[in-house]
Design a protein around this ligand. Structure first.
Ligand SMILES: Nc1ncnc2c1ncn2[C@@H]1O[C@H](COP(=O)(O)OP(=O)(O)OP(=O)(O)O)[C@@H](O)[C@H]1O
Ligand SMILES: [Mg+2]
Length: 327
């Protein structure tokens, strides 16, 4: 495993009966960085997390976490990782504080240290006032925070977060993002799965897009956006001007196809030089006698990236394997 990699997976395969959840998954995560793993329902995110956290044996392929093999050196791996799963692993009948103390005992931390750590985490996660209340009285956002706190009791250097903010309201999500950023700033490596493009955009140093159990694209958010065509320039043509001429002018300055929306009188196309192309386009339009009502530039969103790559939006869609699994 190359130096500096906290996580490395090579050609992982995993099937549940006829359902291929992982179909040759390769990925790596540099130590101290956040990898965003973006994929729709059923694309294999949780399966990947379960293999990398030693909970599930792959059918094929290898994975190393902090240099240790997830199958043959599972104990070493477990010592270094934290996992906050999609379904929180909390004991409903206990208080928030007692949940954390129980985890500390499972990790064999000394009693006094465990108590201290629990208090520290409760206050860090804004749960100090709720620490003595039963978890069954917690809101969804509080549960997610406690679950994340539980994964940090043993101070793991590598953290797996499986959709940590799914179902949370915008405010709770922002709180969670702040916590994740702080952890990363302190040097924790984070493997974060999400269905939210904005979340990957906001938090991840690098993003891999997975679909049907393998990686279909990867890079920084900017690289992924550039891959689907870079910035787009849109010109709204005044009613007295000629749309066809505007189209010709734009075609000379853009790359790829020029899109024409005759109804809204807009022509738009990809440009490589971003905002720097604006003066030349404005001058050329003017020279050709085209009056512009509006001239704008837009970056593609990760939504555009996802749509281009997978042919469907990242919003919860029908699980493509579900029928096969039932049949
Ligand atoms: N225990 C299981 N038994 C049978 N099939 C399973 C099992 N767990 C997952 N699958 C199937 O494997 C595929 C990948 O599932 P996985 O849970 O890894 O996806 P995911 O990306 O985490 O989805 P979600 O976004 O819904 O959490 C899906 O088709 C799913 O139906
Ligand atoms: Mg999942």
């Amino acid at each position: 495993m190359p130096a500096g990699l906290a996580i490395e997976a090579v050609d992982l395969e995993k099937s549940y009966g006829p359902t291929r959840a992982l179909a040759g998954l390769d990925l790596d995560v540099a130590a101290g960085t956040i990898l965003g793993v973006l994929g729709p329902n059923g694309s294999g995110k949780t399966t990947a997390v379960r293999v990398l956290t030693t909970l599930l044996r792959p059918d094929r392929g290898t994975a190393r976490v902090d240099g240790f093999d997830v199958v043959t050196q599972a104990t070493e791996v477990r010592r270094r990782i934290g996992l906050a799963g999609q379904s929180a692993a909390l004991d409903e009948s206990l208080t928030g504080s007692a949940n954390l103390v129980m985890i500390g005992q499972l990790c064999r931390l000394p009693r006094r240290r465990t108590q201290q750590r629990a208090e520290e985490l409760l206050s860090q996660f804004d749960l100090a006032d709720a620490g003595d209340r039963g978890v069954k009285t917690y809101s969804g956002g509080m549960r997610r925070r406690l679950d994340l706190a539980a994964s940090l009791v043993s101070r793991p250097s590598i953290l797996f977060l499986d959709e940590p903010t799914t179902g949370l309201d915008p405010r709770s999500r922002a709180v969670m993002w702040g916590i994740i950023r702080t952890l990363a700033a302190d040097g924790t490596t984070v493997f974060l799965t999400t269905q939210y493009l904005e979340e990957a955009d906001q938090l991840a140093d690098r993003i891999v897009v997975i679909d049907r159990g393998s990686v279909i694209a990867q890079g920084t958010s900017e690289e992924l956006k550039a891959e689907v065509g870079g910035d787009r320039i849109g010109v709204t043509v005044a009613p007295e001007s000629n749309l066809a001429i505007a189209r010709e002018v734009l075609a000379r300055h853009a790359h790829g196809e020029v899109h024409v929306d005759a109804e809204r009188r807009v022509v738009n196309a990809s440009v490589t030089a971003g905002a720097r192309s604006i003066p030349a386009i404005a001058a050329a339009m003017s020279a050709a006698g085209v009056v512009m009502d509006d001239l704008g530039i837009a970056r593609p969103s990760l939504d555009d990236v996802f749509l281009t790559l997978t042919g469907h939006f990242a919003d919860p869609v029908a699980d493509p394997n579900e029928k096969a699994a039932v049949a």
